[in-house]
Every structure is written in structure tokens, then in C-alpha cells.
Design a protein around this ligand. Structure first.
Ligand code: ADE
Length: 343
């Protein structure tokens, strides 16, 4: 089986002399990642489209077109990038938008890429504009223009690059500039998983980690994981601890319920911050509408945290509504009590 290595790179004192750093992934988390597309559960449309593009590129003996993966955090964007590298029988170099502070940070990485290699840029919407401009010709023409000297002696030299595949990941496709977005040939949107898909993910992870689990136990964890494999895998470990200490080591439905309650995850799968967010709109702002800045200030959270992490699932499940004048909770019927309370 083709194995794929990862090199993480960020700003270097001298980009020309940078050395590969070892992968910084936690081994336990990494081992749960599917390595091949055939092992990947859910996201059937994304997987289907990617499978066609991978097969076609391999048949032509070409690198894959640049890929943009967008969707909420924890749904498998990094995992898919690893899989792309493995399926293309190549290696992956990983960096992120905020790590690319200066053009030379990107230049150092681009000029060291090997033919066909995958460059993964996480949070690609956070690349500074001055750096992003260098990506355009790198993606389109596989070359970068480097300006030598200043003033009257200024000279531009074109540095050719090997043909590579850029895989960009973002939670906010809307924040990408049009010139950058237009240079991706393959656009893939990841959506929340169903409880049934997550049950499969939990069962697979339990199998890898040698955790005894009953089907009802797996479903109970899955349905309370906000449609997100990263959360499901985290909760699986917490429930395992609880089963070991308070049970017979087997994850049953009852053990899962008790353990998740202790973790602050309620019947609907909402955590403490979700509930605080909803209760604030409901009680302090009388159901809204309330602006995101006011909400973030009241909750003492960043607006980005609310927009990227909290809101997508609550919006999808209809717990909150976004309107032009702000966030609202759905109108409570006169005969129904409000669902959330502060404190
Ligand atoms: N672990 C985390 N996400 C997964 C997925 N989509 N398929 C299989 N295992 C996973």
C-alpha cells in the first residue's frame, strides 16, 4: 500500500535553507484517519467526484487539478488531503494560511516541491494578500515572479516550479477572493454527517482502538456528536474511560448516555457553549434579532468562533435563524415553554 508522509512547514529564518520538519500530528488521532478513499465513510458525493478525478488524472499520468475543500471544522478536510496524496502515490507538504506571513515563506515551500507533490494549505482564507498574489501564477503557470533589487535596478526573474497539486481547505469559502477561488479546478463541499454515517465512523474507530461497543452505544455517541467525526471520536474516548471505570468496559447505550451527560452533552447533542449561545439570544435578547458582535461580546467569545464553530450546526438543525437584522431563535409557540435558559 502506498504510504504518504507529511512535512509541516511555516515561516523559516531563511526560506532557501529550510529543512523538512517531522509531522506534528498526534499519533493516536492520526491512526483513526482513513488512509484510502475506499475506507472513507460518508460525504458520498464528494468521494464520488474525487474518485473520478483521481482515476482520470492517474490514467493521464498527470497531477490532480488543484482542489478546494470547504465546510465546517472537523468533517475531514485534512484527512481527504492525506488521502489525495496517498491515492496519487505521492507525499504531502502541509502548511496553513496564518503560517504564511511573508512571500518568502510561501516561496521557500513552492520552490522545494517535487513533481506531483500535494501542497495542503489549511485555513487558506487567512493567507495575507501580499502572499496570496504569488499563488496565482504558481497555481496557473507553475512559476513565480521574483523581484530582485529595487528602484532603477529592479529586475523580475521567473522561477519555474514543478507541477504540483494545491489542496486548500477553508471553513469560509465566501471569504476567498475570486482570483484565488477561480484557480481551483475541483471544488468540494463537505457537509455534516448523518447519525447513521457517524455510527459507522464510531464503530470503525472502536474497532481500531479495541474498544468493546454495542451498536446502540455507537449510535448514542453518533447522534450526539453534532454531525462531526472529530467530535464523535473524542466522545468515544471519554465514554470508553467511563465504561472502564463505572461499567464492565463495554460501551452500551446506558453507559454512553451517562458518560455524555457528565461531559455536558445534552439529549440533542448540544454542548455547554451551544446552550449558552441559544439561551443568550432567547433570554437576554428576547429571542432576537441580535447582531453577531453583540452576541460575541456578551458570550465573551470571538465572532469567528461563533461563525465557524458554533453556528453552522445550530443553523443546519434550525436552532437559530440568520436574518439581515441579526440572529433569532425560532418563534416559541404560546403554549410551549422557551427551550433554553441562561445559567
Ligand atoms: N474517521 C474520521 N472521519 C472518518 C470518515 N469520514 N470515514 C472513516 N473514518 C473516519
Amino acid at each position: 500500500m502506498a504510504r504518504e508522509k507529511v512535512v509541516k512547514r511555516g515561516p523559516q529564518p531563511d526560506a532557501g535553507e529550510q529543512k523538512p520538519l517531522p509531522a506534528a500530528d498526534e499519533p493516536a488521532i492520526k491512526s483513526l484517519r482513513p488512509r484510502r478513499l475506499a475506507e472513507y465513510i460518508g460525504q458520498t458525493q464528494v468521494v464520488g467526484n474525487l474518485a473520478v478525478a483521481l482515476q482520470a488524472a492517474k490514467q493521464r499520468g498527470e497531477p490532480l487539478d488543484h482542489v478546494l475543500l470547504h465546510g465546517p471544522p472537523g468533517l475531514g478536510k485534512t484527512t481527504l488531503s492525506h488521502i489525495i496524496a496517498t491515492e496519487m502515490e505521492t507525499t504531502m507538504v502541509a502548511t496553513s494560511g496564518p503560517m504564511l506571513e511573508k512571500p518568502k515563506d510561501l516561496m521557500g515551500i513552492l520552490t522545494n516541491l517535487e513533481a506531483g507533490q500535494v501542497l495542503f494549505i489549511d485555513e487558506i482564507h487567512r493567507i495575507p494578500h501580499t502572499v496570496e498574489e504569488f499563488l496565482y501564477s504558481a497555481m496557473e503557470d507553475f512559476q513565480v515572479d521574483f523581484v530582485l533589487d529595487r528602484g532603477a535596478f529592479a529586475k523580475t526573474i521567473k522561477i519555474p516550479l514543478k507541477r504540483f497539486t494545491l489542496v486548500g481547505a477553508t471553513t469560509r469559502a465566501g471569504l476567498l477572493t475570486a482570483p484565488l477561488r477561480d484557480r481551483f479546478g475541483i471544488l468540494l463541499h463537505l457537509d455534516f454527517y448523518t447519525a447513521e454515517e457517524l455510527t459507522e465512523v464510531v464503530a470503525r474507530s472502536a474497532d481500531i482502538l479495541d474498544i468493546p461497543i454495542e451498536p446502540d452505544g455507537a449510535f448514542e455517541i453518533a447522534r450526539r456528536s453534532r454531525g462531526t467525526p472529530r467530535i464523535a471520536n473524542r466522545l468515544l474516548r471519554r465514554v470508553r474511560d467511563y465504561a472502564q471505570v463505572h461499567g464492565r468496559g463495554v460501551i452500551t447505550r446506558d453507559i454512553a448516555r451517562l458518560a455524555l451527560e457528565r461531559e455536558g452533552i445534552d439529549e440533542r447533542g448540544l454542548d455547554a457553549l451551544d446552550r449558552r449561545y441559544l439561551a443568550t439570544i432567547d433570554e437576554l435578547y428576547a429571542g432576537g434579532p441580535v447582531g453577531i458582535e453583540a452576541l460575541a461580546a456578551t458570550l465573551n467569545e470571538e465572532t469567528d468562533t461563533l461563525e465557524d464553530i458554533i453556528e453552522p450546526y445550530l443553523l443546519k438543525e434550525g436552532y437559530v435563524i440568520r436574518t439581515a437584522s441579526g440572529r433569532k431563535t425560532p418563534q416559541a409557540r404560546a403554549d410551549q415553554p422557551r427551550l433554553f435558559s441562561v445559567g
